[in-house]
Design a protein around this ligand. Structure first.
Ligand SMILES: NC(=O)c1ccc[n+]([C@@H]2O[C@H](COP(=O)([O-])OP(=O)(O)OC[C@H]3O[C@@H](n4cnc5c(N)ncnc54)[C@H](OP(=O)(O)O)[C@@H]3O)[C@@H](O)[C@H]2O)c1
Length: 242
C-alpha cells in the first residue's frame, strides 16, 4: 500500500519520533500534517520539514478540542500518535506515590490516544491506519515504574481492542526502546553518551536507537494493509538481551 499522494497526520510530530515519522512520510511522497498542543512548535517543525508539510494545534487531553480539530481538518489516510508529556510523577516508590497525581500519567498517552481514536478513526478510510505509541517500560518494569508500566501496557491492550472495534480501519502500536530524542537532553551533554552506553549494553543491538529507525515501524504499519492489532517493538532487542 503506497503512501504517495496520501494524507497523513502525526500528532506529536513537532519533535522527536513524531518528527522523524513526518520526515519519512514526506520522503514516501505523502502530505503530512504535524500537530501538538503548541502551534508555534508545530509551525516551526512544518517549516523545517518543507513542502508537503502543514501544522496544526490540538491538545489531545481536551476531547472537545480533538473533536473540533477533526471536524475542521477533515479526513486523513493514516494517523500516527506519538504525543507524550514529560511532567508529573513518572517514577518513584509506590509507598510515596500520590495516586491522584499519578493518574495524570494516563492523560496524554492513554486517554489522548483514545480521544484520537474516537474522533479521528471515523475519518479514516477502510484499510487506513491509526498507529499508537507506548514504550518498552510495558515489558521491562523497574522499581518505581509501576504506573508507567501499567499505562504503557494499557496502550497496547487498547490497541488490540480498537483494532477489533474500528475494523476495517487498522489499529497498531509501536513500542520503542531507548531512542535518541530531545527528551534525553536533561542528561548533561558530557555524560549523555556514557549513560546511553550503560543503559543499552545488554541489548542485542547495544546502542541507542535513532528516531529514523523508530519511524520505519510507523511507515510499515501504515503501508502494511494486512497488519492490524499488532505491537511492533523497536528496541534493539532489549528484552531478549537480558
Ligand atoms: N524517546 C524515547 O527513548 C522513548 C522511549 C519509549 C517510548 N517513547 C514514547 O514515544 C513517544 C514520543 O517520544 P519522543 O521521545 O519523540 O518525545 P517528544 O519529542 O517529547 O515528543 C512528544 C510530542 O508530544 C507532544 N505533546 C505533548 N503533550 C501533548 C498534548 N497534550 N497534545 C498533543 N501533543 C502533545 C509534544 O509537543 P507539544 O509539547 O508541543 O504539545 C511533542 O511534540 C512518547 O509517547 C514516549 O513516551 C519514547
Amino acid at each position: 500500500m503506497a503512501l504517495a499522494g496520501k494524507r497523513v497526520l502525526v500528532i506529536g510530530g513537532g519533535s522527536g519520533i513524531g518528527f522523524a515519522v513526518a520526515q519519512a512520510v514526506l520522503a514516501a511522497g505523502a502530505q503530512v500534517m504535524v500537530a501538538s498542543s503548541n502551534l508555534d512548535r508545530t509551525q516551526a517543525a512544518a517549516t523545517r520539514l518543507g513542502p508537503g508539510a502543514s501544522a496544526a494545534r490540538v491538545d489531545v487531553t481536551d476531547e472537545a478540542a480533538v473533536e473540533a480539530f477533526f471536524t475542521d481538518v477533515g479526513g486523513f489516510d493514516h494517523i500516527a500518535v506519538t504525543a507524550g508529556d514529560w511532567d508529573g510523577p513518572r517514577r518513584g516508590p509506590l509507598a510515596e506515590l500520590d495516586l491522584t497525581a499519578a493518574e495524570s500519567l494516563f492523560r496524554v498517552r492513554f486517554w489522548g490516544a483514545v480521544a484520537v481514536a474516537k474522533h479521528g478513526a471515523p475519518r479514516l478510510p477502510a484499510g487506513g491506519s491509526l498507529t499508537l505509541t507506548d514504550g518498552m517500560i510495558a515489558h521491562r518494569p523497574s522499581k518505581g515504574s509501576a504506573i508507567s508500566t501499567a499505562m504503557a501496557g494499557a496502550v497496547e491492550h487498547v490497541t488490540r481492542a480498537l483494532a477489533v472495534e474500528l475494523a476495517p480501519v487498522r489499529v497498531n502500536c509501536v513500542c520503542p526502546g531507548l531512542i535518541r530524542t530531545g527528551v534525553w537532553d536533561r542528561i548533561l551533554a558530557d555524560r549523555r553518551e556514557a549513560q546511553f552506553a550503560e543503559m543499552t549494553k545488554r541489548q542485542l543491538v547495544p546502542r541507542i536507537g535513532e528516531p529514523q529507525e523508530a519511524a520505519e515501524a510507523y511507515l510499515y504499519l501504515m503501508r502494511g494493509g494486512y497488519t492490524t492489532g499488532q505491537v511492533l517493538r523497536v528496541d534493539g532487542g532489549s528484552e531478549l538481551g537480558g
